[in-house]
Design a protein around this ligand. Structure first.
Ligand code: KG4
Ligand code: ZN
Length: 348
């Protein structure tokens, strides 16, 4: 079965093509350049860029996959969560394709795409884990620019959110701290690189909600704490910070940000002693998060599975095609007349 997956949930226009769950092509057109000057994603600019970029991204994906439109069996598209005006573009294109080609349409939850991305096999490699090897329940940790969730995977297609952020997301906190330190947009990856040169114990930040009694986290308080720390170190003039001071602040922040979510994840693992843990989302590329999560998993006798490439961590069409392939096999199709975007779509 050849599935084409479309994701326009935020600021990346992406189309993936999979044959039987294996990636043939995964093309992503980033809009970072467009939104950089604004320090964040501007919805109307994102919509226009999706409309302009989509035809080229589609053609490039088909060419790389060496398939033509008539070879496609299913179209999968992100229904939510995401920016309404951005989701709209992908859904309109998906509907047009299914009607022209007379093939079925599948609606996909973007977060399910991130969650199951460790199962995706790239063109030549094996996936880190084959679907038949998954033992349920499993636990998922999702960390992206808009979401931070601890998910119990009862089985494929049946999920329960055990804990989540009550305000800012993990990646968002990195982006905002990077902006505070003048490191650019989107700053998550840059901040994390800086942190490697710094001393994580140069100062200590509080872990918000550590005693909240649930599995939720907060990143807004951490953002304020790192702002105070920065003011204290710089004497109020951020431009006076040395490279080494910036690196220390980045390291202190990263340690607290990772510690915040992993404190709750450890509790989730105690309550649900699973063998397999899936890490997904753009911020799953964070090396400290990966290594600290692996330590917790090892102690508990579990194993962590991550997407096989950086591209499969961040927003991409292949993960949408993958979930579309699973849903198509279960006969879970959407109606092209009825399908509408759900910007606040949840995993359960
Ligand atoms: O999943 P994604 O591509 O888009 C959303 O659906 O949000 O995630 C992007 C987010 C951004 O906030 C970005 O700064 C963050 O992931 N990110 C990182 C790292 N690489 C990307 N955050 C922390 N450490 C990283 N290495
Ligand atoms: Zn995402």
């Amino acid at each position: 079965m050849i599935v084409l997956g479309i994701d326009t949930s935020c600021d990346d226009t992406s189309v993936g093509v999979l044959r039987d769950g294996r990636v043939l092509a995964n093309v992503v057109s980033s809009q970072d350049e467009i939104h950089r000057d604004w320090g964040g994603v501007v919805p109307n600019l994102a919509r226009r860029a999706h409309q302009e970029n989509f035809p080229k991204v589609l053609q490039t994906a088909l060419k790389r996959a060496q398939v033509s439109l008539s070879d496609l069996n299913v179209i999968a598209v992100t229904q939510g969560p995401g920016l309404a005006v951005s989701l709209e573009v992908g859904i309109t294109q998906a509907k047009e394709l299914t009607l022209t080609l007379n093939i079925p349409l599948v609606a996909v939850n973007h977060m399910e795409g991130h969650l199951l991305s460790p199962l995706i096999a790239s063109r030549n490699d094996r996936a880190p884990l084959q679907i038949e090897e998954v033992t349920f329940p499993a636990l998922g940790l999702l960390a992206s620019g808009n979401h931070t969730e601890i998910v119990l995977i009862h089985e494929l297609g049946r999920y329960e959110i055990l804990g989540e952020t009550v305000d800012d997301a993990f990646g968002e906190a990195f982006d905002k701290t990077a902006r505070l330190l003048g490191l650019g947009f989107p700053g998550g990856a840059i901040l994390s690189r800086m942190a490697r040169q710094g001393n994580p114990d140069a100062a200590a930040l509080p872990l918000p909600m550590r005693n909240s009694g649930d599995l939720n986290v907060s990143y807004s308080g951490l953002k304020t704490a790192v702002r105070h720390l920065t003011t204290e170190i710089s004497g109020g003039d951020i431009s006076s910070l040395t490279q080494s001071q910036v690196a220390d602040i980045a390291a202190v922040f990263e340690k607290a940000a990772v510690g915040t979510i992993l404190l709750k994840f450890r509790r989730a693992l105690e309550a649900h002693p699973v063998r397999q843990i899936f890490l997904g989302g753009g911020a799953a590329a964070n090396l400290l998060l990966r290594s600290e999560l692996r330590k917790i998993a090892k102690t508990a006798g579990a194993k962590v599975y991550t997407p096989s490439s950086r591209k499969l961590c961040s927003d991409n069409g292949a993960m949408i095609a993958f979930v579309g392939w699973l849903k198509a096999q279960r006969g879970e199709f959407a109606s092209a007349d009825m399908l509408d975007r759900i910007p606040q779509l949840r995993l359960q």
